[in-house]
Design a protein around this ligand. Structure first.
Ligand SMILES: [Zn+2]
Length: 424
């Protein structure tokens, strides 16, 4: 609407100007030497306007002709880009469908159409890997490394290959390079953590462990690798702080304090760990330094007086009392434990030993022992160090499972807490 009004106004202005010029009259003279040309004023203005339009048209035509090759090239490039994008899409579909040869053909087409961009190179490497041609993939990843924008992607591909073929020194070198190319990349951090775990570099694994990761286990494992005693003690302290219920850390920390002559602090660490989560190994460490049988009973009382009804407290007391010949004390603990319904196989085996100690090799003694052994066979198995990844049992805590290679998955657990594995 606005355009129409403007056009109308323009046309009116031209018409008015023409009328005004006609009314004005007059002649425009051009004299060159002897030649004289006289043109009436409106025709002269018309000629000038026509000349201007012609000149403008000619200039536009020249500019158009000059830009023609560039325009044709842009159109060609556009077509190639569209075809290249199509090839990339088809390559992605082929990769998704796992049809390696189709993916390779499409990535070759994409590279021919679009050149070696990080995108086409990455796809080509991926297609080679799907086709099982690791060497070809590696050489493409290497081209990506040399590409200014693809360096990190290339290193990432090479790192994955190195980890897959378990070439740990090469993987570590590539991880360092990738870290330099893209500092702080989340994916790389995770990959470096896996690498540290696979190479049992526990200190590095601890440094890369997320806040909710198994920090206590990794700190304790790092402490065991540490040659410097002060640094090892520091790591053990961190392990205890990370998980107060993690008995191995408390036991290791207490042993180091004891060795350094800090007897009271060592006892404090064991006591705190026992209160957090009573564990037979803590009980064993607690009484290890006490030799006299009755003094051992007193030591167990000191340890367990704040949670004397806990099944582990009762078991510890029963065992130490039995060793000291206090069969009545042992029996009262074991009876209470069986009565509470929390008794496992260890309680029934201790009762069998108790009958033997009290009644000796008599008919009654043998009958009572047999009864408890039968109960023991039917009872829940004792808790053990078990890998929650594969269910394998371990005699002692370890940072990684020898059966399945999982890291920080060995936990203290009874079979009842592993329903999936008991069913299997
Ligand atoms: Zn395992």
């Amino acid at each position: 609407m606005r355009k129409a009004i403007l056009l109308l106004a323009g046309l009116s202005a031209v018409a008015l100007l023409t009328l005004w010029l006609r009314d004005l009259g007059g002649i425009v003279e051009i004299r060159v030497g002897e030649t004289w040309i006289g043109v009436s004023m409106p025709i002269a203005v018309g000629l000038i306007a026509a000349g201007f339009i012609l000149l403008h048209g000619a200039l536009r035509l020249i500019a158009w002709a000059r830009a023609l090759p560039a325009r044709l090239k842009a159109r060609r490039d556009e077509r190639r880009r569209a075809e290249g994008d199509g090839a990339i899409t088809r390559a992605l579909v082929a990769l998704g469908a796992g049809t390696a040869e189709a993916a390779r053909a499409e990535t070759r087409r994409a590279r021919a159409l679009l050149g070696d961009t990080p995108q086409t190179l990455l796809l080509a490497a991926q297609a080679e890997r799907v086709a099982g041609r690791e060497d070809a993939a590696a050489s493409i990843f290497q081209s990506l490394v040399d590409h200014p924008q693809g360096r990190f992607l290339g290193l990432r591909g090479l790192l994955r290959q190195a980890m897959q073929r378990e070439d740990w020194p090469e993987a570590k070198r590539l991880a360092r390079e990738a870290e330099a190319a893209q500092p702080g990349a989340a994916w790389l951090r995770e990959e470096r953590r896996l690498l540290a775990e696979r190479t049992q570099d526990w200190r590095e694994a601890l440094a890369l462990c997320p806040p909710d990761g198994p920090r206590a286990a990794l700190a304790l494992a790092a402490a065991a690798q540490e040659e410097d005693a002060a640094r090892a003690a520091e790591l053990e302290k961190r392990a205890v702080a990370a998980d107060a219920k993690f008995a191995p850390a408390a036991i290791a920390h207490a042993a180091r304090l004891e060795a350094a002559g800090s007897h009271r602090r060592a006892r404090g660490v064991l006591e705190a760990a026992w209160l957090a989560a009573p564990h037979p190994d803590i009980g064993a460490a607690w009484v290890a330094s006490v030799a006299a049988p009755l003094a051992r009973v007193k030591a167990v009382e000191d340890l367990t007086h704040r949670n004397a009804n806990h099944p582990e407290a009762r078991l510890l007391m029963a065992r130490i009392a039995l060793e000291a010949g206090l069969t009545g004390r042992a029996r009262s603990e074991l009876d209470a434990l069986v009565g509470s319904g929390a008794a496992d196989r260890r309680a029934y085996l201790l009762l069998a030993t108790l009958e033997e100690t009290e009644q000796g090799d008599t008919a009654e003694g043998r009958a009572a022992q047999t009864r408890w052994l039968r109960e023991a066979a039917a009872a829940t198995d004792a808790p053990r160090w078990r890998c929650d990844a594969c269910g394998a049992e371990h005699g002692a805590w370890k940072p990684d499972c020898a059966a399945c290679g999982a890291t920080a998955r060995i936990n203290w657990s009874s079979p009842a807490s592993l329903p999936a594995l008991t069913q299997a």
